[in-house]
Write a new protein. Structure first.
Length: 122
C-alpha cells in the first residue's frame, strides 16, 4: 500500500485486489465500502458521498484502460486494464474531484462527510 497523503492510501492491483476485498469482507470488515464502476467511458455513479474510514473501489469494466487522478494532484493511479481495480481509503472530510488522465472528459467526485461524534446514536 502506498501512502499518498496523510489520511489516504491508494492500492493498485488487478484480480488480486478483488480477491483481497472478498477476503476482507468475509472476515467481517466494516460495511464502510463504496464502489464506482468504470464503463462506457464514464464513472458510475459519477458522484458519491461517504463517511470517513470508507474504502472506495473503482473497477474498470470498460474495454479501454483508464486512470483515476485527483484534480488537486493528491493521487493518480496507473492505467487500469479491463477488470483492474483501485482502492482508496479516505479518512479526512473533504471533496475529491477526479478524472481519467487518459480520457479527461471522464470526471467524478468523492465527498467525505465530516465525522459524527463517537458513539452518537438515535
Amino acid at each position: 500500500m502506498r501512502t499518498i497523503k496523510p489520511g489516504m492510501c491508494v492500492v493498485t492491483a488487478l484480480a488480486v485486489a478483488a480477491l483481497a476485498a472478498g477476503a476482507l469482507a468475509s472476515q467481517g470488515a466494516p460495511a464502510a465500502d463504496a464502489g464506482v464502476q468504470i464503463d462506457q467511458y464514464a464513472f458510475l455513479p459519477q458522484r458519491i458521498t461517504v463517511k470517513p474510514g470508507t474504502t472506495v473501489t473503482w473497477t474498470n469494466d470498460d474495454d479501454a484502460p483508464h486512470t483515476i487522478a485527483s484534480s488537486a494532484k493528491v493521487f493518480k493511479s496507473r492505467p487500469l486494464d479491463t477488470g483492474g481495480q483501485i482502492l482508496l481509503h479516505v479518512h479526512d472530510a473533504r471533496h475529491y474531484a477526479y478524472f481519467c488522465s487518459v480520457h479527461p472528459q471522464m470526471t467524478g467526485t468523492v465527498t467525505v462527510e465530516p465525522a459524527s461524534g463517537a458513539g452518537a446514536g438515535p
